[in-house]
Design a protein around this ligand. Structure first.
Ligand code: SF4
Ligand SMILES: [Zn+2]
Ligand SMILES: [Zn+2]
Length: 454
């Protein structure tokens, strides 16, 4: 199991020892929430192979956070590979230990930093559902994703967070007799968004309530989840929450080598990231982490570095085409994409980028120009003839996503790129009209077959 939220530095000495010796805990994410605990979290993660950390400033700390603290946080996160997330951060309008305005500001600043660093966030939200959602959306936190830790909110809040691509983490609170309402929310949480945590030394689960909590009690949380989710055993909960955690926090797992590049039919595909800012109904990566594409396991457990990709490519001119592919959105790693594309181009390769066309939702239009002379073809997932269908099929996190795709296609055509708009032949999608729309934007069109994954 993976305890996705604990404060190891606050445990009693013997509880820490038990925890680090417990073989049922594959990984632990210890959380630093102020200057002191951040240092502790780093130290613990450096000393123990199974410990990773998240570092950030808790909303309770907001009043004390100074400008230089953000710079400090950034440097630490950049320099320490065991930092897997920023946080905990967020809003706490229950205790109100810090000024609300200041809480929001510190929250926003840290989301921006997480996006800059490409790290997911750990969110603490109490009695501030609406405000938390608003900030997450406005700051485009879904580009890096994250977890709503120690979730105790409403069904609507859970759903909105899950739809935004956030994970929902439950703690020992779900075992408390008076948490009936919360248990109903657990039942309805999508299993691919589910995580578990202890928040130790706080919130000991019911069977050990009153004692200081420790990560070895995580099994009580897992047991409770197994009882709530239909047709699900303890082992199922263990496996799915562990895989979800590995995915979210990019924890190196099972030793299987990541498929960073792969060749199909003399085309070389580059697997730049599995992160995506859409979640299309038909997308395999949305429901299945371990999926194969023509004999390749294409899930990458972390984003490969530019150097790593280049090393694997070798001589790009051997291939008909070098493709930045779409099991994840390559433009999310714009600068890596650009660096690799330049390297490939200089060695005579031909480049295609498969994209969902949402680049303008997070980068200014002008940035597209930087890829001129590097990208030969854009293959853009249009997938619908109109906004209504698009929202249904592609489920964007943001209003106006469809318009952004159209804008992207037009702009790319205008800049002189070859653009092919694509659509998956999916129920409810009028392929003919989608093709007409593509053509009207100056793009070519290619229909794609929908392969059911069961
Ligand atoms: S854009 Fe591609 S990778 Fe992203 S959710 Fe849709 S199908 Fe999946
Ligand atoms: Zn918290
Ligand atoms: Zn915490």
């Amino acid at each position: 199991m993976i305890d996705t939220h604990c404060h190891l530095d606050l445990l009693k000495e013997e509880d820490l020892r038990d925890t680090l010796q417990d073989k049922s805990l594959e990984y632990l994410l210890t959380i630093g929430y102020d200057r002191k605990t951040i240092k502790n979290a780093l130290k613990l993660s450096q000393e123990n192979p199974q410990v990773f950390c998240a570092i950030g400033f808790h909303p309770h700390e907001a009043d004390r956070v100074k400008e230089e603290d953000f710079e400090w946080l950034k440097t630490l996160a950049k320099e320490n590979p065991k930092v897997k997330a920023l946080g905990e951060m967020g809003l706490d309008f229950y205790k109100d230990y810090s000024d609300r305005k200041k809480q929001e500001e510190v929250f926003r600043r840290q989301i921006a930093l997480a996006r800059e660093l490409g790290l997911p966030i750990v969110v603490h939200s109490r009695e501030a559902e609406e405000e938390t959602l608003r900030v997450l959306k406005e700051e485009k936190a879904y580009e890096v994703g994250g977890v709503m830790h120690c979730f105790t909110g409403s069904y609507q809040f859970m759903k909105a967070c899950a739809d935004l691509g956030f994970y929902i983490s439950y703690s020992g609170i779900i075992t408390y007799p008076n948490a009936q309402k919360l248990r109903e929310v657990v039942k309805r949480t999508p299993t691919y968004r589910l995580l578990i945590e202890t928040d130790a030394p706080f919130l000991a689960p019911q069977p050990v309530r009153g004692k200081p909590n420790k990560p070895t009690y995580l099994r009580y949380v897992a047991e409770a989840v197994a009882q709530l989710i239909p047709n699900t055993s303890f082992d199922d909960v263990d496996r799915m929450t562990s895989e979800n955690a590995k995915l979210l926090f990019n924890l190196l797992c099972d030793g299987r080598k990541d498929t960073v590049t792969y060749v199909i039919n003399n085309k070389l595909y580059i697997n730049l990231t599995n992160k995506c800012n859409l979640h299309c109904t038909f997308c395999q990566r949305e429901r299945e982490r371990n999926f194969m594409v023509k004999g390749y396991w294409v899930w990458v457990s972390r984003d490969p570095s530019v150097e790593e990709v280049i090393r694997e490519i070798g001589d790009p001119s051997r291939y008909e085409e070098v493709v930045f592919c779409g099991y994840g959105e390559p433009t999310l790693r714009f600068s890596a994409l650009k660096d690799i594309a330049r390297w490939v181009k200089e060695r005579g390769g031909r480049i295609r980028v498969d994209t969902n066309g949402l680049m303008f939702t997070f980068l200014p239009k002008e940035r597209l120009k930087e890829l001129k002379g590097l990208v030969d073809v854009w293959s853009v997932s249009l997938n619908a003839p109109d906004k209504e269908t698009y929202n249904k099929v592609c489920r964007p996190a943001e209003e106006g996503a469809f318009e952004k795709v159209l804008e992207f296609i037009k702009e790319a055509v205008r800049e002189g790129f070859k653009v092919v708009a694509t659509a998956v032949d999916y129920e409810g999608v009028d392929m003919k009209r989608t093709e007409e729309l593509a053509k009207s934007l100056g793009a070519d069109f290619r229909g794609r077959i929908y392969e059911s994954v069961g």
